[in-house]
Structures are given as structure tokens and as C-alpha cells.
Design a protein around this ligand. Structure first.
Ligand SMILES: C[S@@+](CC[C@H](N)C(=O)[O-])C[C@H]1O[C@@H](n2cnc3c(N)ncnc32)[C@H](O)[C@@H]1O
Length: 188
């Protein structure tokens, strides 16, 4: 099943199954508050970023899945864009902040995605990518389960993602939460 169809199917249950997130970590990693624009790319139902809305001038959520976007709309959000992350409609140098949470490994062209996100990030803007850390056994099991479910996902290591970001001329750093996820952070 193409992964947008799978997420279309999962959308109504997604937040309940996956659970909520503490916004404080993202406020810190994204250097909020800001008056400018934050894009949550592959942001799904807005599970993570909707709690950041009051800390930014404007919050945009983009996602390929119509049903995931619809869930964010039901929660009352309006700056929603249904698009593939590599073919998004935004101009260059547009967003002060871009976040990608638990989604990069679902994108078919991860190098192309990162290049595209850097294109639409403003100079001086910040990109934060959260990915499950494939070095951890629990994450290897998740990766295996996603393969068996034919989700077409591929989890790269934090170092590989850092290299993908740095291939675009940015310096990136890795922060680990010591638990399940790593954060690759770069300034344009
Ligand atoms: C695991 S969910 C994470 C959603 C959200 N970031 C969160 O943490 O709640 C991955 C999301 O990526 C979206 N997605 C998958 N492939 C995509 C693509 N090529 N372009 C944009 N979004 C995509 C899916 O529709 C889904 O909403």
C-alpha cells in the first residue's frame, strides 16, 4: 500500500495510538518563540506542532495524506497544505523554522527532501529533524515491523542524516534524547 494510503487509513486513530508530545523540547530545539513562520513537514494531524502554534507567528502543516491533514483541520487548524514534501509549493527562503518529526524515513527520496527543505528555509533559519535512532534495538524492531508491513520506510542513522544535511553546505549537529529518538539540527 503506498504510504499516503496507509496514513489515510490510520489518520482517525493516529493521535490516540501514538500519543501526545511535550512541546517544551521542541520550543527549545527550534529556538521559539519567533514572529516568523514554522513549517511542520510531514506534520500529519499536527499532533506535535499544534502545541507550538502560540509560539510562532504562523504555523503551516504539510502532508501527503489528505486524511491526516483533515484531522488537523478538525482540530481547528487552517494553514494546511496537502503536498509531497519534495514537490511543495513554497517559494525559496520562506520559513524561519522547519521541523520534521518521525516522518523522514517515510519519504521516498530523503536526500531530495532535505535539499528541498533547505531551499525553502530562510537564511539564518533552523531545521530540526527528529528520527528514531536506528542504533537502538527497539528501533531496529520498529524498522523490521515497518518492512514486514511493506510501508516502504527506511530509517537512516543520525550520522547519515547529518551527512545528507551537510551535503547542502550547512553544518549540522546531532542531539540524542537517550531514549528512542535523535535530533539533527542545522542552521542555514
Ligand atoms: C509517522 S507520521 C508522522 C506525522 C507527524 N510528524 C507526527 O509526528 O505526528 C509520517 C507522516 O509523513 C507523511 N508522509 C509520508 N510520505 C510523505 C511525502 N512524500 N510527503 C509528505 N508527507 C509524507 C504521512 O502521510 C504521515 O502523516
Amino acid at each position: 500500500m503506498p504510504n499516503n494510503k496507509l496514513f489515510d487509513w490510520m489518520a482517525p486513530l493516529y493521535d490516540k495510538v501514538i500519543g501526545s508530545r511535550d512541546p517544551d523540547l521542541f520550543i527549545e530545539l527550534l529556538d521559539l518563540p519567533i514572529e516568523g513562520k514554522l513549517l511542520d513537514a510531514g506534520g500529519g494531524t499536527g499532533r506535535v506542532s499544534l502545541a507550538l502554534k502560540e509560539h510562532v507567528g504562523q504555523l503551516f502543516i504539510s502532508d501527503l495524506s489528505r486524511s491526516m491533514i483533515l484531522e488537523a483541520k478538525i482540530k481547528g487548524h487552517d494553514k494546511l497544505v496537502q503536498t509531497s514534501v519534495t514537490e511543495n509549493p513554497f517559494p525559496s527562503d520562506h520559513f524561519e523554522r522547519i521541523m520534521v518529526v518521525d516522518a523522514l524515513h517515510h519519504f521516498p527520496d530523503q536526500k531530495g527532501t532535505i535539499k528541498e527543505l533547505i531551499r525553502i528555509l530562510k537564511p539564518g533559519g533552523k531545521l530540526v529533524i527528529e528520527e528514531p535512532d536506528i542504533k537502538l534495538f527497539a528501533v531496529k524492531l520498529v524498522a523490521l515491523a515497518e518492512k514486514l508491513a511493506l510501508m516502504g520506510s527506511h530509517i537512516h542513522s543520525p550520522k547519515e542524516i547529518k551527512a545528507m544535511v551537510e551535503a547542502n553546505g550547512l553544518e549540522a549537529k546531532i542531539i540524542s534524547d537517550g531514549n528512542f529518538a535523535s535530533y539533527i539540527i542545522a542552521e542555514k
